[in-house]
Design a binder for this molecule. Structure first.
Ligand SMILES: *Cc1c(COP(=O)(O)O)cnc(C)c1O
Length: 354
């Protein structure tokens, strides 16, 4: 094995791509060695699409999602600015990532959520990292409004998607894809929720080309869930609904960024149904050995539903780990019944003779 194929000396995305990030020479970096995630060849998908398909597995990040790329930047800059705490209104992967990086930086992390909304399963990770979770008697918009005001106080930094450093950190995913493949792919498939990630990847591909590290750019292929597809529909969705909770967003913060990425790259923003998402989710585990969360599978559901040119190079981003959402996993399987504790009973189940 060559040195480059191990993570042993990987310094995290800020040190690896410092020249492309707004970081001063003397800035103290807060990192958990995020990034350097695998780019798996996907033989099953390559075969059925007649293309060369790769899976960028972001579930391999420290807290299990790509949010860590943005959070190392957001927390590093918050610490540099002297913030004592960070705050976000999120019940999902953003709060888990914020809690982990805040803990590493010796800062407090506050998560504000509407009372009654609490799904402890998704929040458990943030709580274990030590986040302070406050339930407010109000809705998500009211929570966000308070978060914004807390940010204006100067002592607490907001790490919701309005924080500009998160997109800066997330663009390093595109740098890694180009470094791993040796060139940009022809197509880049990606799930779209708040649309920060598609905006970030497009920025990354553009910056690498400007720097002379790539001489082409992929078509950006963004996929929303059909029940939460405001960009596809062209209007805000008031009660977004999908099994893919990480992209259950009715009014994306980076709406314009997603539209620009699709238009400027000759790509598209489209949608896939929950049925298509769960089909891709199962196939990824069964045929490619990659267990991702349902939202992540929207990229591959999009690939399966799209005609692409033969022999193209394709990258699908798998944004988060399957263990993030055990409830969906359990709902998709049949719990096995108990069998007699005898060799013959087990042999019979397995179809072994004698
Ligand atoms: C946040 C998230 C998304 C959506 O990314 P956006 O930047 O909001 O479009 C998709 N999948 C997972 C696992 C996420 O955590």
């Amino acid at each position: 094995m060559s040195a480059e194929s191990t993570r042993t000396n990987w310094p995290g995305i800020i040190e690896a791509y410092r020249d492309f990030l707004p970081i001063a020479d003397d800035t103290e970096v807060v990192t958990l060695y995020e990034g350097a995630t695998p780019l798996y060849p996907a033989p099953y998908l390559s075969e059925i699409k007649g293309a060369e398909v790769y899976l960028k597995f972001e579930g391999a990040n420290p807290t299990g999602s790509f949010k860590d790329r943005g959070m190392t930047m957001a927390i590093t800059k918050a610490k540099e600015a002297g913030a004592r705490a960070v705050v976000c209104a999120s019940t999902g992967n953003t709060s888990a990532s914020a809690a982990a990086y805040a803990a590493r930086a010796n800062m407090a992390c506050v998560v504000l959520i509407p009372a009654g909304y609490i799904a402890l399963g998704k929040l458990a990770q943030a709580l274990v990292y030590g986040a302070k979770v406050l339930q407010i008697k109000g809705n998500f918009d009211e929570a966000l409004e308070i978060v914004r005001k807390l940010g204006e106080s100067g002592e607490i930094t907001v790490v919701n998607s309005i924080n500009p450093y998160r997109i800066e950190g997330q663009k390093t995913g595109a740098f890694e894809v180009v470094d791993q493949l040796g060139a940009p792919p022809d197509y880049h498939f990606i799930p779209v929720g708040n649309a920060g990630n598609i905006t970030a990847y497009w920025r990354g591909y553009n910056e690498y080309q400007k720097a002379g590290r790539a001489n082409s750019k992929p078509k950006m292929m963004g996929f929303q869930a059909a029940g939460a597809a405001p960009i596809v529909l062209g209007h805000i969705v008031n009660n977004p609904d999908t099994i893919a909770t990480a992209i259950r967003i009715g009014n994306p913060a980076s709406w314009e960024g997603a539209l620009a990425a699709a238009k400027d790259s000759f790509g598209l923003i489209s949608s896939v149904t929950d049925e298509q998402i769960l089909d891709a989710y199962a196939k990824l585990a069964r045929y490619e050995s990659v267990f991702c969360e349902p939202a992540s599978a929207a990229s591959v559901a999009g690939l399966l539903a799209t005609d692409i040119e033969k022999d193209s190079k394709v990258v699908c981003v798998l944004t988060g780990h399957g263990l993030k959402d055990p409830d969906t996993a359990i709902s998709q399987i049949k719990v096995p019944e108990a069998v007699d504790a005898s060799y013959s009973a087990i042999a019979k189940e397995l179809g072994i003779e004698g």
